[in-house]
Design a protein around this ligand. Structure first.
Ligand code: ZN
Length: 141
């Protein structure tokens, strides 16, 4: 197994076992939900904004390890970011996992999220990995 695969597996397991920012946010400014019928993954997302900055974000729901780990990592990535910065991460992440627009240097552009690059090889898993991101995209509109 390559180093990247090992890192990928350990991060997925870690975030699946102890998801970050898990729960419901009281007094959220934005809310969105997503459902992936292919796998049965469900996610609900709450955001608090200060101007155009995401100050708080929480997710809840049920799903497979990849959907949960991706939601957890997404919340840690966009917390504290402006909506424009979060949108740029969404675009970069989406392009990478769908294989449609892979950033030249995923690690520089996406940080830890780059571990999901391998998902592009498993088309049925792409919707699991992008579910929370699509919910974020909806919540930001
Ligand atoms: Zn799934």
């Amino acid at each position: 197994m390559s180093d990247l695969q090992e890192l990928y597996q350990s991060l997925i397991l870690d975030h699946n076992r102890s998801p970050r920012n898990f729960g419901v946010l009281d007094g959220a400014d934005r809310h969105a939900e997503g459902y992936n019928p292919l796998c049965g993954d469900q996610v609900a997302l709450d955001l608090k904004l200060d101007g155009d900055r995401i100050t708080e974000i929480k997710f809840s729901g049920n799903g497979c390890a990849i959907s949960k780990a991706s939601a957890s990592l997404m919340t840690t990535a966009v917390k504290g970011k402006t909506l424009a910065e979060a949108e740029a991460l969404f675009t970069g992440f989406h392009g990478m996992v769908t294989g449609t627009a892979v950033p030249a240097d995923p690690k520089a552009t996406l940080g830890k999220l780059a571990i999901f690059a391998g998902v592009a090889e498993f088309p049925v898993r792409v919707k699991c990995a992008t579910l929370a991101w699509h919910a974020l995209h909806d919540a930001m509109k």
